[in-house]
Ligand binder design. Structure first.
Ligand SMILES: [Zn+2]
Length: 219
């Protein structure tokens, strides 16, 4: 003979209605706010939790959404660079090695080829290669050094080191130069892959110099 649970399993609760469960179910829930808002002041205004003044900013939102729980000391300096927000987001992804380079596409299981589109060799397109060590990038940095009368550019092996080492040598001006040149290299790489359009370094150089001037003056 079938018992009740076998005949009508949907009628049988998984929890017994003991006193403890009844008390738990009957508690009045506390008001909840989304985790990114907080109450401030005597009138209980809701403010944005992730900025000092309580006002929302897209940069702070992106920072929280992309935060992996590991905070690096360069975060604050990065978001203060005088470049458009989309460029700062790009730089953040660059330093986290989250740009969709050929290497990262392969790691994600996407079909990819082991080559670099800018130097046109079979070198794996990693972020350090594309933005620092690729002969195309290296030549561009050399041209920038001459054009902008920079005393030196230190070619370190890693992305964060490349930014910070030269920042310590060249001061804040390096931030905008590095941002504009990295952005130009990424756009050139994408134009070659997605639009089959190619520019030479001298063209990129002019774009970078224009961006540096515009961002320095207007942002
Ligand atoms: Zn290359």
């Amino acid at each position: 003979m079938l018992n009740l649970s076998q005949k009508c399993p949907h009628l049988v609760t998984r929890r017994s209605l003991c006193r403890r469960n009844i008390e738990k179910e009957s508690r009045v829930p506390q008001p909840l706010h989304p985790p990114f808002l907080q109450e401030t002041g005597s009138d209980s205004n809701l403010t944005w939790r992730w900025t000092q003044n309580g006002s929302f900013s897209s940069a702070s939102a992106y920072r929280i959404l992309a935060d992996t729980g590991v905070r690096s000391s360069y975060h604050l300096s990065l978001w203060k660079i005088k470049a458009p927000l989309k460029v700062r987001i790009f730089l953040w992804l660059l330093l986290q090695n989250r740009l969709l380079t050929q290497e990262n596409l392969l790691l994600r299981g996407w079909p990819s080829i082991q080559s670099c589109i800018t130097c046109q060799t079979t070198t794996m397109e990693t972020a350090p290669h594309l933005f620092i060590h690729c002969p195309f990038a290296h030549r561009l940095w050399d041209m920038l050094q001459t054009r902008l009368n920079l005393p030196v550019i230190n070619f370190t092996t890693d992305l964060v080191g490349f930014w910070l080492a030269n920042r310590s040598l060249l001061g804040d001006q390096w931030d905008i130069i590095w941002a504009a040149a990295s952005w130009a290299l990424w756009k050139e790489r994408n134009a070659r892959i997605f639009s089959a359009e190619t520019s030479i370094q001298s063209k990129l150089l002019e774009n970078i110099v224009n961006d540096v001037a515009a961002w320095t003056l207007h942002i």
